[in-house]
Design a protein around this ligand. Structure first.
Ligand code: GTP
Ligand code: MG
Length: 191
């Protein structure tokens, strides 16, 4: 994918401010620190478009990035950030829920899972939620560079078994090594 332009558009902190920007949206969800913002940067070939951090809980708002004036990549707050207060966590959860539920521009949700770890209850809740409401989603394993090549199949199998999808339905990526990005763009372009 040739990136001609990648522009931050708007940040949203509350459900009543969710905008209709008139372009198809592709959202990135996943546990805090899984690599959502890094993946968006890698996809856009920009290092600092979306803010990243080694500390979980970096993205607390919904951030919209307009690519080639054609599509919106939407960076959602991470779930399961243990250090946030319960009230804050509930606020993000309802923000994410509102975004996912009432959005005619939303075409696909990329659910990110760290390739090193078994999906937890929050990941399963997210996947069940998307399935229940018929919101189209794709599973993306992140941080491929963090495991040995010999471990890849085993870890993919672990994710696939836990969430009940075929191994072939999981896109494996590394923002660090810029791997798997074309597959994500292919999905976006096919919508
Ligand atoms: P929140 O905004 O807190 O929800 O986190 P996030 O999901 O946006 O994660 P972020 O992109 O900020 O990345 C978290 C940490 O993981 C950072 O230190 C990144 O550098 C690192 N990281 C992200 N992707 C990769 C990857 O593919 N490989 C490696 N090695 N590190 C990664
Ligand atoms: Mg982030």
């Amino acid at each position: 994918m040739i990136i001609k332009s990648a522009e931050f558009k708007v940040s949203v902190a509350s459900a009543d401010k969710i905008p209709d920007l008139g372009l198809p949206e592709f959202a990135f969800v996943g546990r805090s620190n899984v690599g959502k913002s890094s993946l968006i940067n890698a996809l856009c070939n920009r290092s600092k478009l979306a803010r990243t951090s080694s500390l979980p809980g970096r993205t607390r708002l919904i951030n919209y990035f307009e690519i080639n004036k054609e599509v919106m990549l939407v960076d959602l707050p991470g779930y399961g950030f243990a250090k946030a207060s319960k009230i804050e966590q509930e606020k993000w959860q309802s923000l994410i829920g509102e975004y996912l539920m009432h959005n005619k521009n939303l075409k696909k949700v990329f659910v990110l899972l760290d390739i090193r770890h078994e999906p937890n209850e929050k990941d399963e809740d997210m996947i069940n939620y998307l399935s229940y409401f018929n919101i189209p989603f794709v599973i993306v394993a992140t941080k491929l560079d963090k495991i040995k090549p010999s471990q890849v199949v085993k870890q993919k199998q672990l994710l696939a078994n836990k969430i009940g999808v075929g191994m072939d339905n999981i896109i494996v990526t590394s923002a660090e090594l810029k791997k798997g990005l074309d597959k994500i763009w292919e999905i976006i372009k096919s919508e």
